[in-house]
Design a protein. Structure first.
Lengths: 98, 479
């Protein structure tokens, strides 16, 4: 019994593909999220304070990085999950394998 | 004694008890006690899953000091805290469906179960169990101290009585209800946090004369407070970015998080939890830390960080409302404590006792033992929290980073890289923990990074390297 080696014979191929793709989407999202967060925070925030601009009272770097960044990522996550995540069953795979 | 704020707080605790007892009734009719007690019968829906995840992430934020630190550091600390938004989606996406399917296949109930089946190695199990017990036990003791301090300052009784009240309420519902009770109460507590922090933020903004006024006051006091660099410029981009690992992505490796990622009912619950979780985590983190920063011009000169939330709530809101809102930090501490308590007892009972001491113990014995061990652990933690030894506080600081350094690659690569083997896992766990402790003691910020970063990178190299080098050995042993 090769319990530790499930790469292929254990799970249905399609299920594996779906699971791997969704994990990769997660990695892509987090990279995008990090770049957005970092670029606005340090891109705008490293200026001299006298040059700061303000949006609804908050410094622009903070507003774009933390407030807009959060809204953007929440919308992206919602779209990605609704459009690209596939509903699969977690229990029935056993029957397909020997 | 402040009855006007105390009564709403007590009312919320009673609701929490009610849920615990209700979930306990559900346990009585259960056919698979261990699975139901430790995993809620893999029945969590999307909303409860998102909330229990959020409440558990909250423990990472109390680890980094939360609103109290934001009060001292300014907007730079809010920026840092926002790295936690990533946990809302990344944990469930990375562990994802593969983890759900494989843990079901393995019939795994804990993270250690998964590692045991994946690597088929006694040493992996023992090393994991010991790390979990040591690190989380310490994290838990520190949380109890925090909970007791909150009750102490709210009711105005002495520390020992406060600790006693806290311990009894936590123990009753963890012992009675198990994981499902904890997850459900997390859902209530998460909702309180969500609404409570929002109301408090609005009240703080009004009390401070609007956001532009507050920002102007902060700039007048110390311009650094509105930069991303912290009050004296010591928050470098490299250091702040490190928290994307410590409280962001690395959180996948925390056993209390991983166990939640195997507890949900189906793919639909997981999808819902990702969306709800991201929104709720981001909303709470942003509000909670902004409250800390905005409190500064209103109530200057608070010296103990943990007191910022209670003091500002009592300052800007009517007492009864402050009581309800203060249930939020209380709730955060309590839910952290319950989930840690349950996790340590499941490690002892499931991973050590049922694996190596008495594999065929009867359901009745297991039932009695699990409740007994949970209660006993609670009592030991209580005694430790009475007069906390320094070692505990020291270990608590390491708990999260240490667990991440130990488990991140054995879990993630164990799932997605089939060539990973027990030699790779064991050496990567050992390297991660050892390096993390050494780094934290002797080189606290190598290259300006938080001390968790290098151990995570190096344990990755070790995992891959050792797995490839020992490839022939495992192939031979399998055939």
């Amino acid at each position: 019994m090769v319990l530790s080696n499930y790469g292929g014979e254990f799970l249905k191929k399609d299920t594996m593909k779906i699971a791997n793709r969704e994990a990769l989407i997660g990695v892509g999202l987090v990279v995008f999220h990090f770049i957005w967060w970092f670029a606005f925070a340090y891109g705008l925030g490293s200026k001299d304070i006298s040059e700061y601009t303000y949006i609804i009272g908050l410094p622009a770097w903070f507003f774009y990085s933390c407030v807009v960044g959060f809204i953007v990522i929440a919308v992206l996550v919602t779209i990605v999950v609704k459009k690209f995540f596939v509903v699969i069953s977690f229990d029935d795979e056993e029957k397909e394998t020997e | 004694m402040n009855w006007e704020s105390l009564l709403p707080l007590i009312a919320i605790l009673i609701i929490i008890f009610g849920v615990g007892i209700w979930a306990g009734g559900y346990l009585k009719g259960s056919t698979n006690f261990v699975q139901d007690y430790f995993l809620g019968g893999r029945s969590l829906g999307g909303f409860v899953l998102a909330m229990t995840m959020t409440a558990t992430y909250g423990s990472a934020s109390s680890f980094i000091g939360g609103p109290g630190t934001a009060y001292n550091e300014g907007l730079g600390w809010v920026l840092l805290a926002m790295s936690q938004v990533a946990t809302g989606y990344i944990v469930l996406m990375i562990l994802g469906k593969k983890f759900a399917i494989i843990t079901r296949k393995y019939k795994a109930l804990t993270m250690v179960d998964f590692l045991k089946q994946r690597y088929q190695s006694k040493w992996v199990v023992i090393f994991s169990a010991v790390s979990i017990i040591v690190f989380l036990f310490s994290a838990m003791a520190a949380q109890w101290i925090g909970g007791a301090r909150l009750i102490e300052s709210l009711i105005g009784i002495d520390y020992t009585s406060a600790l006693f009240i806290f311990a009894v309420s936590v123990l009753i519902y963890v012992t009675v209800g198990g994981f499902r009770a904890v997850a459900l109460t997390d859902a209530i507590q998460g909702s309180i946090m969500f609404i409570g922090t929002f109301i408090l933020l609005i009240a703080v903004i009004i009390a401070g004369g609007g956001i532009p006024q507050i920002i102007a006051d902060l700039t007048a006091e110390n311009p650094n407070l509105i930069t991303p660099y912290g009050s004296d410029g010591q928050l470098t981009p490299a250091y702040v970015s490190s928290f994307w690992i410590l409280v962001g992505v690395g959180v996948v490796a925390l056993p209390q998080i991983a166990v939640r990622a195997m507890s949900y009912k189906n793919a639909q619950s997981m999808h819902r939890a990702i969306i709800i979780g991201t929104i709720v985590v981001g909303f709470i983190m942003l509000n909670m830390h902004l409250i800390g920063v905005f409190a500064r011009p209103i109530l200057p000169g608070i010296e103990v960080g943990d007191r910022v939330m209670p003091l500002i709530a009592l300052e800007v809101m009517p007492n009864w409302l402050a009581g309800i809102v203060l249930a939020a930090p209380m709730a955060a501490i309590m839910s952290t404590v319950d989930s840690l308590l349950l996790l340590v007892s499941s490690t002892i009972l499931k991973d050590v006792y049922l694996n190596y001491v008495r594999p065929n113990a009867s359901d009745q014995t297991v039932k009695r033992l699990s409740i007994g061990i949970t209660a006993l652990l609670g009592i030991i933690v209580f005694i430790m929290a009475l007069n906390p030894p320094d070692l505990i506080i020291w270990l608590n600081l390491f708990a999260f980073g240490g667990l991440e350094a130990a488990f991140i690659w054995p879990i993630v690569l164990g799932l997605y890289w089939k060539k990973g083997n027990k030699y790779g896992a064991l050496s990567s766990m050992f390297t991660g923990v050892a390096l993390y402790i050494v780094s934290d003691r002797f080189f606290p910020q190598p290259f300006g990074l938080h001390s968790v970063v290098l151990p995570v990178i190096i344990s990755f190299i070790v995992y891959v390297g050792i797995s490839i080098v020992t490839q022939k050995r495992t192939d031979a042993s399998i055939s």
